[in-house]
Design a protein around this ligand. Structure first.
Ligand code: 5GP
Length: 204
Protein backbone atom coordinates (compact mmCIF):
# COMPACT_ATOMS: atom_id res chain seq x y z
CA UNK A 1 0.00 0.00 0.00
CA UNK A 2 1.20 3.51 -0.83
CA UNK A 3 2.47 5.59 2.06
CA UNK A 4 0.34 8.44 0.80
CA UNK A 5 -3.30 8.62 1.75
CA UNK A 6 -6.32 10.84 1.52
CA UNK A 7 -7.24 12.87 4.56
CA UNK A 8 -10.86 13.96 4.34
CA UNK A 9 -11.99 16.75 6.66
CA UNK A 10 -15.69 17.63 6.75
CA UNK A 11 -17.82 19.61 9.13
CA UNK A 12 -20.53 22.24 9.03
CA UNK A 13 -19.90 25.75 7.75
CA UNK A 14 -18.33 27.68 10.63
CA UNK A 15 -16.65 24.65 12.23
CA UNK A 16 -13.33 26.18 11.20
CA UNK A 17 -12.21 23.73 8.50
CA UNK A 18 -10.37 26.46 6.59
CA UNK A 19 -8.46 27.83 9.58
CA UNK A 20 -7.55 24.38 10.89
CA UNK A 21 -6.49 23.16 7.42
CA UNK A 22 -4.29 26.22 6.82
CA UNK A 23 -2.51 25.71 10.12
CA UNK A 24 -2.10 22.01 9.43
CA UNK A 25 -0.58 22.74 6.01
CA UNK A 26 1.75 25.40 7.43
CA UNK A 27 3.10 22.95 10.00
CA UNK A 28 3.35 19.76 7.94
CA UNK A 29 5.34 19.63 4.72
CA UNK A 30 4.11 16.18 3.74
CA UNK A 31 0.47 17.32 3.54
CA UNK A 32 -0.77 18.87 0.29
CA UNK A 33 -4.11 20.59 -0.19
CA UNK A 34 -6.45 19.50 -2.94
CA UNK A 35 -7.86 22.69 -4.47
CA UNK A 36 -11.52 22.08 -5.31
CA UNK A 37 -13.49 23.49 -8.20
CA UNK A 38 -16.67 25.42 -7.43
CA UNK A 39 -19.38 27.47 -9.09
CA UNK A 40 -19.61 29.66 -5.97
CA UNK A 41 -18.55 33.28 -6.43
CA UNK A 42 -15.16 34.11 -4.87
CA UNK A 43 -15.17 35.88 -1.49
CA UNK A 44 -13.18 39.16 -1.44
CA UNK A 45 -10.00 37.52 -0.10
CA UNK A 46 -10.15 34.42 -2.32
CA UNK A 47 -8.08 33.74 -5.45
CA UNK A 48 -8.68 31.22 -8.23
CA UNK A 49 -6.08 28.47 -8.13
CA UNK A 50 -5.34 29.17 -4.45
CA UNK A 51 -8.60 28.70 -2.54
CA UNK A 52 -10.67 27.17 -5.32
CA UNK A 53 -10.79 26.93 -9.08
CA UNK A 54 -13.78 29.19 -9.72
CA UNK A 55 -15.76 27.89 -12.70
CA UNK A 56 -19.10 28.77 -14.24
CA UNK A 57 -21.78 26.06 -14.38
CA UNK A 58 -21.01 25.15 -17.98
CA UNK A 59 -17.30 24.64 -17.27
CA UNK A 60 -18.15 22.62 -14.17
CA UNK A 61 -20.59 20.32 -16.01
CA UNK A 62 -18.05 19.78 -18.79
CA UNK A 63 -15.53 18.56 -16.24
CA UNK A 64 -18.17 16.27 -14.71
CA UNK A 65 -18.90 14.75 -18.13
CA UNK A 66 -15.19 14.24 -18.79
CA UNK A 67 -14.92 12.26 -15.54
CA UNK A 68 -12.51 14.86 -14.16
CA UNK A 69 -13.77 14.76 -10.57
CA UNK A 70 -13.02 12.24 -7.84
CA UNK A 71 -16.32 13.33 -6.31
CA UNK A 72 -18.66 16.26 -6.72
CA UNK A 73 -21.75 17.57 -4.95
CA UNK A 74 -24.30 20.36 -4.78
CA UNK A 75 -23.71 22.18 -1.47
CA UNK A 76 -25.47 25.31 -0.12
CA UNK A 77 -26.78 26.10 -3.64
CA UNK A 78 -23.46 25.70 -5.52
CA UNK A 79 -21.47 22.89 -7.15
CA UNK A 80 -18.17 21.73 -5.69
CA UNK A 81 -15.82 19.01 -6.91
CA UNK A 82 -12.39 17.46 -6.27
CA UNK A 83 -10.15 17.38 -9.39
CA UNK A 84 -9.10 13.76 -9.88
CA UNK A 85 -5.66 13.88 -11.54
CA UNK A 86 -3.95 15.98 -8.89
CA UNK A 87 -5.09 13.72 -6.04
CA UNK A 88 -4.10 10.47 -7.76
CA UNK A 89 -0.62 11.84 -8.70
CA UNK A 90 0.12 13.10 -5.18
CA UNK A 91 -0.98 9.86 -3.50
CA UNK A 92 1.32 7.92 -5.80
CA UNK A 93 4.18 10.23 -4.79
CA UNK A 94 3.51 9.25 -1.16
CA UNK A 95 1.93 12.52 -0.05
CA UNK A 96 -0.97 13.00 2.34
CA UNK A 97 -3.66 14.80 0.36
CA UNK A 98 -6.04 16.96 2.37
CA UNK A 99 -9.59 17.16 1.04
CA UNK A 100 -11.83 19.72 2.71
CA UNK A 101 -15.20 18.52 1.40
CA UNK A 102 -18.82 18.15 2.47
CA UNK A 103 -20.49 14.99 3.76
CA UNK A 104 -22.00 13.98 0.39
CA UNK A 105 -18.57 14.10 -1.26
CA UNK A 106 -17.03 12.19 1.65
CA UNK A 107 -19.60 9.40 1.22
CA UNK A 108 -18.80 9.14 -2.51
CA UNK A 109 -15.10 8.82 -1.64
CA UNK A 110 -15.92 6.22 1.01
CA UNK A 111 -17.78 4.09 -1.54
CA UNK A 112 -15.02 4.27 -4.15
CA UNK A 113 -11.63 4.49 -2.42
CA UNK A 114 -9.92 2.55 0.36
CA UNK A 115 -6.85 4.46 1.43
CA UNK A 116 -8.70 7.28 3.21
CA UNK A 117 -8.90 8.70 6.74
CA UNK A 118 -12.15 10.51 7.53
CA UNK A 119 -12.22 13.29 10.14
CA UNK A 120 -15.32 15.25 11.17
CA UNK A 121 -14.64 18.70 12.62
CA UNK A 122 -17.20 19.85 15.18
CA UNK A 123 -17.85 23.26 16.74
CA UNK A 124 -17.86 23.41 20.57
CA UNK A 125 -21.55 24.47 20.50
CA UNK A 126 -24.16 25.31 17.87
CA UNK A 127 -24.33 28.89 19.20
CA UNK A 128 -20.62 29.27 18.54
CA UNK A 129 -21.09 27.81 15.07
CA UNK A 130 -23.65 30.48 14.23
CA UNK A 131 -21.44 33.22 15.73
CA UNK A 132 -18.57 32.16 13.52
CA UNK A 133 -20.64 32.15 10.31
CA UNK A 134 -22.07 35.59 11.13
CA UNK A 135 -18.69 37.02 12.22
CA UNK A 136 -17.04 35.88 8.98
CA UNK A 137 -19.23 38.46 7.29
CA UNK A 138 -18.91 36.93 3.84
CA UNK A 139 -22.41 35.45 3.43
CA UNK A 140 -25.80 37.04 2.91
CA UNK A 141 -28.44 36.71 5.63
CA UNK A 142 -30.20 34.07 3.54
CA UNK A 143 -27.02 32.09 3.03
CA UNK A 144 -26.18 32.23 6.75
CA UNK A 145 -29.61 30.75 7.56
CA UNK A 146 -29.21 28.06 4.88
CA UNK A 147 -25.74 27.11 6.14
CA UNK A 148 -26.90 27.00 9.78
CA UNK A 149 -29.95 24.88 8.93
CA UNK A 150 -27.81 22.50 6.83
CA UNK A 151 -25.39 22.14 9.78
CA UNK A 152 -27.96 20.12 11.77
CA UNK A 153 -28.40 17.70 8.85
CA UNK A 154 -24.64 17.42 8.31
CA UNK A 155 -24.17 16.39 11.95
CA UNK A 156 -26.25 13.25 11.23
CA UNK A 157 -23.28 11.96 9.22
CA UNK A 158 -20.65 12.10 11.96
CA UNK A 159 -21.11 8.34 12.57
CA UNK A 160 -19.77 7.58 9.08
CA UNK A 161 -16.36 9.13 9.92
CA UNK A 162 -13.32 7.51 11.56
CA UNK A 163 -12.56 10.37 13.97
CA UNK A 164 -14.15 13.53 15.33
CA UNK A 165 -12.23 16.61 16.42
CA UNK A 166 -13.82 19.47 18.37
CA UNK A 167 -12.52 22.84 17.21
CA UNK A 168 -12.74 24.98 20.33
CA UNK A 169 -9.13 26.20 20.23
CA UNK A 170 -7.49 25.94 16.80
CA UNK A 171 -4.14 24.86 18.29
CA UNK A 172 -5.78 21.90 20.08
CA UNK A 173 -7.76 20.85 17.02
CA UNK A 174 -4.63 20.90 14.85
CA UNK A 175 -2.74 18.91 17.47
CA UNK A 176 -5.53 16.30 17.54
CA UNK A 177 -5.38 15.93 13.77
CA UNK A 178 -1.58 15.66 13.85
CA UNK A 179 -1.94 12.87 16.41
CA UNK A 180 -4.39 11.05 14.15
CA UNK A 181 -1.97 11.40 11.22
CA UNK A 182 0.92 10.12 13.33
CA UNK A 183 -1.04 6.99 14.23
CA UNK A 184 -2.15 6.47 10.63
CA UNK A 185 1.47 6.65 9.45
CA UNK A 186 2.36 3.87 11.89
CA UNK A 187 -0.20 1.45 10.48
CA UNK A 188 1.58 -1.81 9.72
CA UNK A 189 -0.18 -2.05 6.34
CA UNK A 190 1.75 1.05 5.19
CA UNK A 191 5.08 -0.65 6.00
CA UNK A 192 5.04 -4.08 4.37
CA UNK A 193 8.86 -4.39 4.63
CA UNK A 194 9.14 -3.46 8.31
CA UNK A 195 10.69 -6.81 9.37
CA UNK A 196 13.53 -6.55 6.81
CA UNK A 197 14.14 -2.91 7.68
CA UNK A 198 14.78 -3.84 11.31
CA UNK A 199 16.85 -6.91 10.49
CA UNK A 200 19.04 -4.98 8.07
CA UNK A 201 20.07 -2.65 10.89
CA UNK A 202 22.20 -5.48 12.31
CA UNK A 203 22.24 -7.87 15.30
CA UNK A 204 22.21 -11.65 15.44
P1 5GP B 1 -17.46 27.20 1.23
O1 5GP B 1 -18.43 27.76 0.23
O2 5GP B 1 -17.75 27.69 2.62
O3 5GP B 1 -16.03 27.39 0.82
O4 5GP B 1 -17.70 25.63 1.26
C1 5GP B 1 -18.98 25.13 1.43
C2 5GP B 1 -18.94 23.64 1.64
O5 5GP B 1 -18.47 22.97 0.47
C3 5GP B 1 -18.01 23.18 2.76
O6 5GP B 1 -18.68 22.19 3.52
C4 5GP B 1 -16.85 22.61 2.04
O7 5GP B 1 -16.18 21.61 2.79
C5 5GP B 1 -17.52 22.01 0.84
N1 5GP B 1 -16.60 21.73 -0.27
C6 5GP B 1 -15.52 22.47 -0.66
N2 5GP B 1 -14.91 21.87 -1.68
C7 5GP B 1 -15.61 20.74 -1.96
C8 5GP B 1 -15.45 19.68 -2.91
O8 5GP B 1 -14.55 19.64 -3.73
N3 5GP B 1 -16.38 18.68 -2.88
C9 5GP B 1 -17.42 18.67 -1.99
N4 5GP B 1 -18.26 17.63 -2.03
N5 5GP B 1 -17.58 19.64 -1.08
C10 5GP B 1 -16.69 20.66 -1.07
Amino acid sequence: MSKGFLLVISGPSGAGKGTVSNELLARNEDIVFSISATTRKPRPNEKSGVNYFFLDEEEFQKKVEEGGFLEHAFVHNNYYGTPKDFVIDEIEKGEIVLLEIDVQGALQIKNNYKNVVFIFLLPPTMDELKNRIVKRGTETEEDIERRFKNAFEELDFVGKYDYFVVNDKVEDAVQDIENIIKAEKLRVKRHSDIKNKIISKGGK
